[in-house]
Design a protein around this ligand. Structure first.
Ligand SMILES: Cc1cc2nc3c(=O)[nH]c(=O)nc-3n(C[C@H](O)[C@H](O)[C@H](O)COP(=O)(O)OP(=O)(O)OC[C@H]3O[C@@H](n4cnc5c(N)ncnc54)[C@H](O)[C@@H]3O)c2cc1C
Length: 350
């Protein structure tokens, strides 16, 4: 197992047996959310913390749970709801005691997310919300969720913060899946639940704009998570090669191929120069980091041999890889966003 790296103090190495304790995931949220929230205005720092956190775990699921909740749940609350939702609630969100899910996707609204059927109907005292959200990360452990819905009168996309324990909300059991096994994924159905104006996060900006912004944060942050896990796997491969005293050229050529892409992508992700189009940059990072994840996973069987493929880290890495090209917008959607960026630029992409 590669050695420790703990530049930002975010990490402890967690023994695998500790991870099975029921309080493990809530404790992880309580450890990570204050650290990430303290840097909510500094996306580079958030990426660094998430990358190192992912490296310390050496696998995708837990950093993915934390990253998804922070980037698409906590960040919108800190940016847009600090003065509307009660301070006590904000305090619990920052402390990781309220665990947030993010409800956008619906059965007929995935890539085409604003084609959603879920509605908010204005009433005398607030809103009545109806709808169903699917593929929701952390659904099984979340206490609250953000819900994107369409105002049934104006058709404006609105964003609400709801308590999942209130009457009218049901959360499905987590799906069984082959990848991201330590990540809960489920459905949230809400039928005639009442919300007040204070629960509406989209007061100063529409839900459509907040969603676009949160996807930029999520794509950058989850790219950093991908890089941290790939670094761990690469270092593990290097240690295996050194231990076996491997001198064949193909081993080190594979290392060079993945390592060069990793370094280049890290330079791009952490490039301090402001990018002219943050959305395109976030999409490029997400697309390239998920392609690197998948290419590394495809290379592993011929690289380290059967003996090491049974190692739980290697096995999970291979099984987790396909999902990286789906969540936070599929790779085809990232192509669309990047293509739009190039279409409005000249042929040199400027
Ligand atoms: C592990 C995981 C975690 C997730 N977590 C969350 C979460 O926390 N919250 C949440 O709201 N959602 C979540 N999702 C849902 C995710 O955002 C959607 O699965 C994704 O946006 C794709 O939507 P879809 O599955 O409905 O596929 P569809 O949109 O039906 O797409 C099907 C296929 O068509 C392609 N396609 C669609 N439109 C276009 C287009 N315009 N151009 C080219 N190709 C296109 C897609 O790339 C895809 O290959 C999660 C998904 C996964 C796998």
């Amino acid at each position: 197992m590669p050695g420790d790296k703990n530049t930002y103090g975010a990490l402890d190495r967690y023994a695998i047996e500790d991870r099975n304790a029921p309080e493990f995931i809530p404790l992880l949220f309580q450890k990570m959310m204050p650290q990430l929230s303290a840097h909510a205005l500094d996306m580079q720092m958030i990426c660094r913390i998430l990358e190192e956190f992912a490296f310390s775990f050496g696998k995708l699921s837990y950093p993915f749970n934390i990253g998804a909740s922070f980037l698409s749940g906590v960040m919108p609350c800190l940016y847009y709801a600090k003065n509307t939702i009660p301070q006590e609630t904000i305090g619990k969100i920052i402390a990781g005691k309220i665990i947030l899910a993010n409800g956008a996707t619906e059965p007929t609204a995935g890539s085409d997310v604003f084609n959603m059927q879920s509605t908010a109907t204005p009433t005398e005292h607030g809103y009545l919300l109806n709808g169903r959200k699917v593929f929701i990360t952390n659904a099984g452990i979340a206490t609250h969720s953000l819900l994107y819905v369409k105002d049934s009168n104006t058709h404006r996309i609105e964003l609400f913060l709801v308590d999942l324990k209130q009457d009218g909300i049901s959360v499905s059991a987590s799906f069984n899946k082959t990848g991201l096994v330590d990540s809960s994924l489920g459905e949230i159905t809400f039928t005639g639940i009442t919300c007040t104006e204070n629960d509406r996060i989209s007061q100063t900006k529409s839900g459509r704009e907040i969603f676009a912004e949160s996807m930029c944060w999520e794509r950058m942050g989850l790219s950093a998570v991908h890089l941290g896990v790939i670094e761990y796997i690469l270092l593990s491969c290097k240690e295996i090669a050194e231990k076996n005293n491997t001198h064949d050229q193909s081993t080190w050529q594979r290392m060079a191929k993945i390592g060069a892409r990793l370094k280049t992508l890290k330079s791009f992700l952490y490039d301090a120069e402001p990018h002219t189009d943050v959305m395109a940059k976030a999409s490029m990072c997400k697309l390239l980091s998920s392609e690197l994840f998948i290419d590394t996973a495809n290379m592993l069987p011929g690289w380290i041999g059967a003996e090491h493929l049974s190692d739980s880290y290697m096995r999970e890495f291979i099984l987790d890889a396909p999902a990286t090209s789906i969540y936070s917008g599929t790779n085809e959607i990232q192509h669309e966003i990047i293509a739009a960026f190039f279409r409005i630029k000249n042929d040199r992409g400027r």
